[in-house]
Design a protein around this ligand. Sequence first.
Ligand SMILES: Cc1ncc(C[n+]2csc(CCOP(=O)(O)OP(=O)(O)O)c2C)c(N)n1
Length: 365
Amino acid sequence: MFAKDFIEILQEQNFKDFFGVPDNLLKQFCYKIPKNKNTITPNEGNAVAMGVGYYLSTGKIPIIYMQNSGLGNTINPILSLADIYEIPLLFIIGYRGEPNTKDEPQHFKQGLLTEKILDCIDLKNEILSTDLNEAKKQIAFAKNYLEKTKKSFAFVVRKNTFEKEDIDENIFQNYELTREMAINSILNFAPEDSFFISTTGYISRELYKNSKDNSRNFLTVGSMGHTSSIALSIALNKKDKTIFCLDGDGALLMHMGIIGLIGEKSPNNFKHILLNNFVHNSVGSQKTSAQSMDFEEIFKGANYKKIYSVKTKKELEEILPEFIKNNELSFLEIKIKPQDGNNLPRPKNTPTENKIAFMEKLNGK
Ligand SMILES: Cc1ncc(C[n+]2csc(CCOP(=O)(O)OP(=O)(O)O)c2C)c(N)n1
């Protein structure tokens, strides 16, 4: 079915407002939500909590959408907020790693357990039909269930449920630098014995593609938003090594509280780089809140000692030597434009192989 028709039926059934974190499997759906009805939240737990506030203030049932990877972020506000106050929410969940389909390793376990997790937290769920008339019946059933029981309901959405249509991906700005250019400049300037901890999606795949020695990289292929926490621990335990953290704006925003702890600990070997394209480039370039934020001020306020922000190759290459050499906790924002990464290679080695090689290099074995 077409995402637009599905959304129209939802709206006819009085499901008017949407809160969530974008997913590439739900890309068509995300783009067809009317803009003034779509709230993209930093993480999936925020979407649940905003949905609760929406219900409290309108009496209407919100739609909460996400990739199944985000389910973990929602469990606390589902169980100890929505459930205990009997606030019904309608979930739309992209089914990455569905059993017996081909997908990347980070989706395997989450896919295997998605339906089980939903059953386990007593969240009634169904696979969404690909047929519009069937989906219409499912929505009517869900509506009745939500209103009668005041419990939540989830549609699990398989790959290709929505027909592919051309979509005009959001381009909010057009900076000179791309992700590829920025990462290549960083790699050119970074000492050969540095280590990189990189975030989920295209950024890790770009680093993987362009690095000479991938055993120096820890690719956080899943667990979006946790890269800087991993990098913080490594920086604290390996004070003689330079640790680069390659973050995205979507990922940084997802668990931004950690920057307070990074600032508090202030490891002087920690180089935090934000590749800011203002969107979730890896899953279809849906906007993040980065557009209305001033990261230089925020990181300054979080006690980072050196702060840089650049938007051209020239500026970047002028600043990199100082950024790398200074011996203080540093933040570098690189404003870039979104860049398609569909054809980027994916790691040939398994996550466990990546871990072993990385640990051997880091720990000098
Ligand atoms: C918890 C969780 N929610 C959602 C996703 C799906 N996802 C993968 S990459 C990505 C976008 C990351 O955006 P950003 O950090 O800005 O990097 P960019 O893709 O723009 O390079 C999303 C939403 C995920 N992997 N995990």
